[in-house]
Design a protein around this ligand. Structure first.
Ligand SMILES: [Zn+2]
Length: 159
């Protein structure tokens, strides 16, 4: 009987814990941000407008694989590996608090701060979700919305 209870509890624990690992969530640490441009044919990411200096957090836990400036119009950017070939990338940061190899935690670790570095005119995060290492041959971007439409920072208008 005790073993049955134990395995039952293990199953309950798995049911409770696994979804929180699998889920991803809103990557800007304020509920007053908003989508200023959606993913579409010519725009392979999601633009989230927020005040300069707002914390940018990973959509889920992982490891930083790139942090720094690149001449791809993205300015200061951070790329995070989430395992199983899934990556997220955050662009136009005002400043970064990340380095390659750093473990980061979904909606917790500060990757950097909202800014307007790169080829932009206003403060926002351009966020991408990649299948495969970002910008590598054979990799491609998917709509981030399916990954970020949840979490404690999701603005009320999207709930
Ligand atoms: Zn964009």
């Amino acid at each position: 009987m005790r073993n049955v209870q134990r395995s039952f509890l293990a199953a309950v624990a798995a049911a409770l814990i696994l979804p929180s690992i699998a889920l991803a969530s809103w990557p800007v640490a304020t509920t007053s941000s908003y989508v200023s441009q959606w993913f579409r044919g010519s725009h392979y990411g999601l633009d989230i407008a927020a005040a300069a200096g707002t914390r940018v957090v990973p959509m889920r836990s992982g490891t930083v694989v790139f942090a720094g400036w690149r001449n791809n119009c993205g300015g200061y950017q951070v790329w995070v590996s989430h395992g199983n070939g899934l990556y997220s990338a955050y662009y136009h940061l005002g400043s970064e608090t990340s380095y390659r190899g750093k473990p980061v935690y979904g909606q917790k670790t500060t990757l950097g701060y909202v800014g307007r570095s790169g080829c932009v005119t206003g403060n926002h995060v351009h966020m991408e979700v990649w299948r495969g290492y970002p910008w590598a041959r054979g990799s491609y971007r998917v709509n981030p919305w399916n990954y970020v439409a949840s979490g404690s920072y999701l603005p009320y208008r999207y709930r």
